[in-house]
Design a protein. Structure first.
Length: 266
């Protein structure tokens, strides 16, 4: 259903028959690859059952799938178009999130982030970290200068995303989609990302307009929807980050005392 609207996709994801076809072996939260079908159209989706969530020291138990849905609502409200359509529903293992699959089913997607020796960094890419492999070989983490990737970085600042790995980023036409937002939207500053190439720089006007659209949405029905998914403090913190970004008009810098980059970075 390539021409469907997000509203139509949400309806299919919420009401279609959900059938598991495989498990993502590298998922830490029991994610399943499924088809969702309403009798006419079928789509591939990622289903994350709430019961399979691993326990984390810094997020309340059983809240990650709700954060996946909240991240989608926030992305859509601001016009970021980063998070694929995502719903909460009952699945074969109980309640969980269902998110539209983006990218190829087989083979590797065209990378937007890489961990490579310094002499292998693609031309124009931005190096954000130097390190070494377990064997002691020097490597760097770098990302593409793609404008749509910069939009992801702005959304991540709003979401307080604490796990933006390179493998969570996928090209989607001229845009970039991001997945795995379960460990986001906390109250304390926890931004941890591979997208530090614009740290401290001015946010592009188009992205500031998206943040402003989000700010306005938070004054209406969006806040009501988010209060069903997040705590009162978490919704207030989201509003505070949005206001701060509009005030400073700059990409944030790493938080002192908090790891700046998730590892493994991919």
């Amino acid at each position: 259903m390539p021409t469907a609207t997000d509203a139509e996709l949400e309806r299919l994801l919420a009401q279609g028959e959900l059938t598991p076809v495989g498990r993502l072996s590298d998922s830490s939260n029991g994610a399943l690859l499924c088809t969702v079908d309403d009798g006419a159209d079928g789509l591939l989706v990622i289903h994350k059952p709430e019961v399979a969530e691993r326990r984390l020291w810094d997020y309340p138990d059983g809240t990650l799938v709700a954060r996946e849905r909240a991240a989608y609502l926030i992305s859509a409200a601001g016009g970021f178009d980063v998070v694929p359509p995502t719903v909460l529903r009952q699945g074969p293992h109980g309640r969980g999130s269902v998110q539209l699959w983006v990218g190829p089913v087989e083979g590797e997607p065209d990378p937007l982030v890489g961990v490579t020796p310094v002499h292998e960094v693609p031309e124009g890419w931005v190096v954000v970290l130097s390190g070494e492999t377990p064997e002691g070989r020097p490597v760097v983490v770098a990302h593409a200068p793609h404008p749509a990737l910069r939009t992801v970085a702005v959304l991540d600042a709003v979401l307080n995303n604490s796990d933006r790995k390179g493998g969570h980023l996928l090209r989607d036409g001229d845009g970039v989609r991001g997945c795995d937002h379960g460990v986001s939207l906390g109250v304390e500053p926890k931004l941890r990302t591979v997208l530090w190439g614009w740290a401290g720089e001015e946010v592009p006007e188009a992205d500031l307009e998206r943040v402003e659209a989000l700010r306005q949405a938070l004054e209406g029905e969006l806040a009501e929807e988010l209060h069903e998914l997040l705590t009162v403090d978490e919704v207030e913190a989201l509003g505070g980050r949005t206001a701060h970004l509009l005030r400073t008009r700059r990409h944030p810098l790493p938080t002192p005392g908090w790891p700046a980059i998730p590892w493994p970075a991919m």
